[in-house]
Design a binder for this molecule. Structure first.
Ligand code: ATP
Length: 330
């Protein structure tokens, strides 16, 4: 299946500052996350429905004689400032692909997407950096070529480039657009502490193995399949139809690692959320609301219940990595 990058914008309409390029990229929630057995390469076969929401990191790249990453925002201390940063790796991968030996850049990340939260914030930064450096260095890679590079950087990076609502297969990197209509309103509850994606997958495997030993075949790790009822509901644009179909195979593992998340999910349901789900590997909980006012009510209720570190409201779907008009520099 071919990835589709037709609408990724690789050129800004105007570039007011030749010395800096700013690109923002969105967080994602997974409307469906079906996890198959672990593959030989250690990854799990997935079928997922990604949905980009209006919570963005902004990445500014500037010419420099050496590579550097600077991160600002509440979670900045949890983000590496060296070559292990996914944004740094993205810039290096682009320089290699374009044959730019020794190319360097200063990367400034304004971080609003919580870290290790199941929202793919690092992937968003990598996607934004690919688009920003492609413009700064005038390397001229096509959207499809950037998509290929993105898939090599991480499973969620190609989706952060395209955004919208899309089906991911393989490790999640093989994308096809999903026919979704309407705007969906979300309340997001951020956890007190992050969760390691690797640990959540390992826990998922362990829980499944334990169930198999106990003879419980309720949820064996079979090849994952796309939920056609969910796809039909997304085409209808009706959140009341979508809500009950949200599904995440990693949720039991995330709940076993952070049992308090049950309280957050219950609080959202009590306040009429149409769907309540752990996003990706967690611990962020995503609540689908009837409309904008309902999303605000759920967010207020979650805050009042004291079940999370912070809440945010967001709408989806939004587009993937996009130039910020005026290319801000604070
Ligand atoms: P994953 O993408 O693995 O599912 P996630 O979405 O839950 O993870 P991220 O915020 O992407 O979480 O961060 C995962 C880890 O990646 C962090 O703990 C951090 O150490 C590392 N990391 C590397 N680069 C970045 C970056 N630019 N932003 C955030 N985290 C980064």
């Amino acid at each position: 299946m071919r990835a589709r990058y037709d609408h990724v914008n690789v050129k800004p309409a105007i570039r007011p500052d030749p010395e800096a390029v700013t690109v923002r990229a969105p967080a994602k929630v997974n409307l469906q996350l079906s996890v198959g057995p672990a593959r030989r390469d250690g990854y799990h076969a997935l079928v997922t429905v990604y949905h980009a929401v209006s919570l963005f990191d902004e990445v500014t790249v500037l010419p420099s004689d050496q590579m550097a990453v600077a991160v600002t925002g509440e979670d900045a201390a949890q983000v590496p400032g060296d070559k292990s940063n996914l944004a740094w790796r993205a810039a290096s991968a682009l320089a290699r692909a374009a044959g730019l030996r020794g190319a360097a850049v200063r990367i400034e990340i304004s971080k609003r997407i919580p870290v290790a939260a199941g929202l793919a914030g690092g992937s968003a930064d990598a996607a934004a950096t690919l688009v920003a450096c492609n413009e700064l260095w005038r390397t001229g890679l096509s959207a499809g070529e950037l998509g290929e590079l993105a898939g090599g950087l991480g499973s969620d990076v190609p989706f952060a480039l395209v955004g919208g609502t899309a089906v991911g297969r393989g490790r999640g990197e093989q994308l096809t657009p999903a026919l979704a209509t309407g705007t969906y309103h979300w309340a997001l509850a951020f956890g007190q502490a992050g969760l390691s994606t690797a640990q959540v997958y390992a826990t998922c495997d362990r829980l499944r193995a334990a169930r198999t030993v106990a003879g419980d075949q309720a949820k064996p790790a079979t090849e994952p399949e796309l939920s056609h009822p969910l796809m039909t509901a997304l085409r209808s644009g009706d959140p009341a139809r979508v809500g009950p179909l949200l599904a995440n195979d990693l949720q039991p593992a995330a709940l076993s690692l952070q049992p308090d998340l049950r309280r957050a999910l219950a609080a959202g349901r009590e306040h009429g959320a149409l769907g309540a789900i752990v996003s990706g590997s967690g611990p962020t909980c995503a609540f689908l609301a009837k409309d904008a006012a309902h999303a605000r009510d759920i967010a207020v209720a979650l805050t009042g219940a004291g079940v999370c570190r912070a809440v945010a409201r967001a709408t989806g779907p939004v587009t993937g990595a996009a130039f910020v008009p005026g290319g801000q520099r604070a």
